[in-house]
Design a protein around this ligand. Structure first.
Ligand code: UN1
Length: 484
């Protein structure tokens, strides 16, 4: 069967790229399965999308915000009616297991409904004036055209958590999803279009970051850029946007710790770490990759974790009973296996996993077994660098002070977790940990849509995503003075 060809969406039309070229989106669990052919867009395609957005933006902004909200609600309903099909497509293009993909599609539906509701709550303030008969109030205005560049690891949740707040504020959007997994973002765009978003207010362009992304970052019509992805790209975007004073929101990942204290419930802590380190094949910027364990329970915890992880079934996420899918592509797999090697050379011990799987059902995918490294010390590369794969490094700590100082000895600060039954220790950790999100007795990954998301230090720059505060990035305040 020949693969379906998917087009770009510009000015309300599905169009082929000016370049005339396409590229394949392949299933990482079985590379013989081509999910679809996508457009290799270039600078001209991005330019056309930006022009279309600029033209449509005033029309979309003229739709009253609560009505824009109704359209997002309708898009949620459309996506919901297709949820199972989209979840299957996600497993095929990204590799995560079907239950994980179903959860993510559910999250996208919730995000559309949540930000749809925000359409009725785009409030300003009325503030007393120091002069008589003067009334001062503020209103939230859209920015204009916004550019959204999203990664492959949450193929629908991240595009939705940027697009929904951007649209509800009255902006027009140019979305460039990752070429590695662009189909689910396209499904979101289809739902928004069918629900009645003004033609041209949502545009979708696939193609290389060096061309499509670069045009979005440098084109003066794009007033704000929201990006989730690698540090290198984020730095380049920050520099370009600073030159032309465009607003940026950059989310760049983490090296998130889970601290396990002596008093923790070991079975619960093992579940927390297994979920945070290995679910979604560790390909979450909120994944736990450092497990910092108080010495008195180090052996007991490590043995229990190794026994639990050994039972994980690695395979094609479309099959029932699979716990962990493949790495998303050859380069991610090489990175994972490369870090396992680096860890060993640095003196860590490989207690489990870290092996490439190529037998029978694994023959055509990027599979490896979940890896547990022990005897890791805080300055090893496996304790400092983001791996973005199924590798957990276990580091011993003398006490909570030592654990916090190891946890904070890092350039990142996205998410952090602690397992303990001691409420004082939990609050100490909450106060002292350098992270944008802190979890107690919960995995560092798996965030909720209605609360602020983001990090500190090298993990994030700019305003928070998700939750009600997400509209701050996509709007600006106009202050009105009125004498009567
Ligand atoms: C989650 O942990 O549920 O790219 C979300 C990422 C993050 C999202 C994590 N921006 O992994």
């Amino acid at each position: 069967m020949s693969a379906e060809i998917f087009k770009n969406f510009i000015g309300g039309e599905w169009v082929a790229a000016v370049t005339g070229e396409t590229f394949p989106n392949v299933n990482p669990a079985d590379t013989r399965d081509v999910v679809g052919l996508f457009q290799r867009g270039g600078v001209e395609d991005a330019r056309r999308a930006i022009d279309a957005a600029r033209e449509a933006q005033p029309k979309w902004a003229a739709v009253p915000a609560p009505k824009r909200g109704e359209i997002l609600h309708k898009a949620a309903g459309i996506l919901e009616s297709r949820a199972d099909a989209v979840a299957r497509e996600m497993t095929r293009e990204e590799g995560k297991t079907l239950p994980e993909a179903r959860g993510e599609v559910g999250r996208a539906i919730n995000l559309l409904r949540y930000f749809g509701g925000e359409g009725s709550r785009l409030c300003g303030e009325a503030i007393p004036s120091e002069r008589p008969r003067v009334f001062i109030h503020t209103v939230k205005k859209p920015l204009g055209v916004v550019g959204l560049i999203t990664p492959w690891n949450f193929p629908i949740a991240i595009p939705t958590w940027k697009t929904a707040p951007a649209l509800i504020c009255g902006n027009a959007v140019v979305l460039k999803p990752s070429d590695v997994a662009p189909l689910c973002a396209l499904r979101m765009v289809q739902a928004l279009d069918e629900a009645g978003v003004t033609k041209g207010a949502i545009n979708f362009v696939t193609g290389p970051g060096s061309k499509v992304g670069n045009e979005m970052v440098t084109n003066p019509a794009v007033r704000a850029l929201s990006f989730t992805g690698s540090e290198t790209t984020a730095s380049a975007i920050a520099v370009e946007c600073a030159k032309r004073r465009a607003r940026v929101q950059l989310e760049m990942g983490g090296k998130n710790p889970t601290v396990v204290l002596e008093d923790a419930d070991v079975a619960d802590a093992v579940e927390v770490v297994t979920n945070a380190a290995f679910f979604s094949t560790g390909q979450r910027c909120t994944a736990t990759s450092r497990v910092i364990v108080e010495e008195p329970i180090l052996d007991k915890f490590t043995d229990a974790l190794v026994a639990r992880v050994r039972k994980m079934k690695v395979g094609n996420g479309l099959e029932l009973g699979i716990d962990m899918g493949p790495s998303v592509d050859q380069s991610q797999l090489d990175t994972v296996l490369g870090y396992v090697d680096i860890g060993r050379k640095e003196g860590a011990k490989l207690r489990l996993g870290g092996e490439r799987l190529t037998d029978g059902a694994h023959a055509h995918g990027y599979f490896s077994t979940p890896a547990v490294l022990t005897d890791v010390t805080p300055n090893m590369r496996v304790a400092q660098e983001e791996i973005f794969g199924p590798v957990a490094a276990i580091l011993p700590a003398k006490n909570i002070d030592d654990a916090v100082s190891i946890a904070n000895n890092i350039k990142f600060g996205l998410s952090a977790s602690i397992c303990t039954r001691d409420i004082t220790a939990a609050f100490e950790f909450i106060n002292r940990i350098e992270a944008g999100m802190v979890m107690v007795n919960l995995p560092s990954a798996g965030v909720e849509y209605q609360v602020p998301f983001g990090g500190t230090k090298g993990s994030s720059i700019g305003m928070r995503e998700q939750g009600a505060v997400a509209v701050d990035f996509y709007s600006e305040i106009k202050t009105v003075y009125l004498k009567y």
